[in-house]
Design a protein around this ligand. Structure first.
Ligand SMILES: Cc1cc2nc3c(=O)[nH]c(=O)nc-3n(C[C@H](O)[C@H](O)[C@H](O)COP(=O)(O)OP(=O)(O)OC[C@H]3O[C@@H](n4cnc5c(N)ncnc54)[C@H](O)[C@@H]3O)c2cc1C
Length: 416
């Protein structure tokens, strides 16, 4: 069993900012992240990634802090006792006891099922970015990017830079909604400039995927383009319908939740004592919002309330941006009609849509069809069924993730 004053889960923008804000206090800080290096989703590192200088500086400053321990390539398995988490890395499992916990667990992509979505060559939009950064060769490939939100343009730009030909960027939101969002960017010159540099000539609004066709691999994508149906020949589809906050660990610890993420107060404190949350697990809204929330959480955790309060106006600005993002890219109801009877909903357990659509809810579907019982533990199909049928997923139980027997054996016994 090891101990620390402040434990931060997630080393994305929020987690790194929280650690840097808390570090000058001298408190012993531990950061745990399942990626090989700090940076989170946006600053995912590899030989092909282009991590901004400011992010690299955050990383090296953290590495130089004697009171900060970074556990990369490690994930949270369970919460076996009060103020204790069980962790696992490639070599071992161990328990870590904390006095204050800051959850910075980020978000993941929302994937929706449609005919052909399990064919090789279909990935999430952010998923394609991550694959390209880790070395997937896409030079010369024709790629369709589809779904919703600004991540589509970022994925298209990464694919283009890696030598692919992006033949279509299909955004499900209508033109009015996208223009409304763009007009709000005028108040954030940095974001406006970023949007302009990412804009793609093949970007179409009011356009969504209907099906992917191909013999054993993606060969073309059918899209609904306004009132028309079009078919575009391609080698790959990158399709993501926005982001959903990663709230499982917070829920397991009893933190309150709204449909947009973990509930936090002005100090980024959750509804549980000594547990703070920052970044996209509290609502999706971009790295700038995650950074300022992380700083506030880190400062509040070490009692520097004056410095934390000074950051409230900046947080309000990015909060407004997040709300506009949510409104502009709200998913259209017709996307609920995408899966057909034989479309696999749960790809881990091969469960077709016909088997689950008559179920009364998530638990019923799990019990009768094994939907959500596979390796991803319902992270993909559970979120999809929440969108398609409004099914709430129950509060997760220990263990949060599949673990080695040796790790489970590290759970401290009562009184140990
Ligand atoms: C796939 C994907 C790609 C994205 N690409 C872009 C992009 O190109 N440009 C852009 O502007 N924004 C992008 N975003 C959005 C961007 O990631 C966020 O705006 C920003 O990174 C949020 O910061 P964060 O610190 O809240 O979370 P993240 O950056 O998501 O960091 C959270 C970290 O916590 C770790 N974690 C979560 N749970 C656990 C656990 N139980 N145990 C251990 N570690 C855990 C995660 O692996 C991750 O490293 C992307 C998002 C996703 C999901």
């Amino acid at each position: 069993m090891t101990h620390c004053d402040i434990l931060i889960i997630g080393a994305g923008p929020a987690g790194m900012a929280a650690a840097l804000a808390a570090a000058p206090s001298g408190a012993s800080i531990a950061i745990v992240d399942d990626n090989p290096v700090p940076g989170g989703q946006i600053w995912r590192d590899s030989p092909n990634a282009n991590v901004p200088v400011a992010a690299q500086r955050m990383r090296s400053t953290l590495a130089a802090c004697a009171n900060v321990r970074i556990h990369s390539g490690a994930r949270v398995i369970s919460a076996p006792a009060p103020q204790t988490l069980l962790l696992e890395d490639a070599e071992h499992g161990w328990s870590l006891q904390w006095k204050t916990l800051i959850l910075c667990t980020g978000a993941r992509e929302l994937l929706l099922p449609f005919p052909g979505w399990t064919l090789p060559g279909v990935t999430g939009a952010g998923g394609l970015q991550a694959l390209i950064k880790s070395g997937l060769p896409v030079a010369g490939e024709r790629i369709v990017v589809a779904g919703s939100g600004p991540l589509l343009l970022a994925a298209a730009a990464s694919a283009h830079k890696a030598g692919a030909k992006v033949v279509r960027v299909a955004e499900q939101a209508g033109l009015g909604a996208v223009l409304g969002f763009a007009s709000r960017l005028a108040g954030s010159p940095g974001k406006a400039l970023q949007a302009l540099t990412l804009m793609h000539p093949q970007y179409r609004t009011a356009s969504h995927v209907i099906a992917v066709l191909g013999q054993g691999r993606v060969e073309s994508v059918q899209l609904q383009q306004g009132s028309r149906r079009v078919e575009i020949a391609c080698d790959r589809l990158a399709c993501g319908f926005g982001l959903v906050p990663n709230t499982q660990l917070g829920q397991l610890l009893g933190c309150g939740l709204t449909p947009t993420g973990l509930v936090v107060d002005d100090w980024q404190a959750t509804s549980q004592p000594h547990i703070y949350a920052a970044g996209e697990c509290t609502g999706v809204g971009g790295s700038e919002r995650a950074l300022v929330q992380g700083r506030i959480a880190g400062l509040a955790a070490v009692g520097d309330t004056a410095a934390a309060q000074a950051l409230w106006p900046e947080r309000s600005r990015w909060q407004a941006f997040a709300q506009q993002l949510g409104r502009s890219f709200a998913l259209a109801p017709q996307l609920k009609k995408l899966p057909q009877a034989d479309t696999l909903v749960c790809r881990c357990e091969d469960v077709p849509y016909a088997a689950v659509r008559a179920c009364a809810g998530w638990t019923d579907a799990k019990l009768h069809t094994r939907c959500g019982m596979g390796a991803c533990q319902g992270r993909i199909c559970g979120t999809a069924m929440q969108f398609l049928h409004g099914w709430e997923q129950p509060v997760p139980r220990n263990p949060l993730a599949p673990a080695r027997i040796g790790t489970l054996a590290a759970i401290p016994l009562k009184g140990e």
